[in-house]
Design a protein around this ligand. Structure first.
Ligand SMILES: NC(=O)c1ccc[n+]([C@@H]2O[C@H](COP(=O)([O-])OP(=O)(O)OC[C@H]3O[C@@H](n4cnc5c(N)ncnc54)[C@H](O)[C@@H]3O)[C@@H](O)[C@H]2O)c1
Length: 101
């Protein structure tokens, strides 16, 4: 589902920080794609979001390539160097990641 605010991908979206980030993005009108391998978390952190039609989860280790079409990418945990380890399709869209002023 695409909304006025577009689609946001959150790496580590099931973690402590990531799940709150997912909540905030949903609150702000985004469709959210949460990507997490549950290395240090469980689905408990995002259980309350699963019924939201604008929320999707993929179980995936982001150190491996993932090709998805999103408008914005948010890093929900500190280890991932997205440009080096991950790949996402961001065709014709400005880079508005929060860690890229
Ligand atoms: N209630 C609280 O105050 C509370 C609770 C939990 C954590 N914390 C604190 O928050 C800080 C860290 O929280 P956080 O959100 O960064 O950690 P986190 O472990 O909760 O979240 C990291 C997320 O990244 C995921 N992840 C890790 N490697 C991955 C990979 N390769 N691919 C995909 N997903 C991957 C993990 O499974 C996890 O869901 C710490 O300082 C911690 O002590 C506080």
């Amino acid at each position: 589902m695409r909304t006025a605010n577009g689609r946001a991908l959150v790496t580590g979206g099931a973690g402590f920080l990531g799940s709150h980030l997912c909540e905030r993005l949903l609150h702000d009108g985004y469709s959210v794609l949460c990507v997490d391998n549950y290395y240090s978390s469980t689905k408990d952190n995002i259980a309350h979001l699963l019924d939201n039609p604008r929320f999707e989860v993929i179980r995936h280790d982001v150190t491996f390539p993932l090709y998805v079409e999103v408008d914005e990418i948010y890093r929900g945990f500190g280890i991932c160097q997205f440009d080096q380890d991950c790949h996402a399709e961001e065709r014709d869209l400005p880079d508005r990641r929060p860690d890229r002023p």
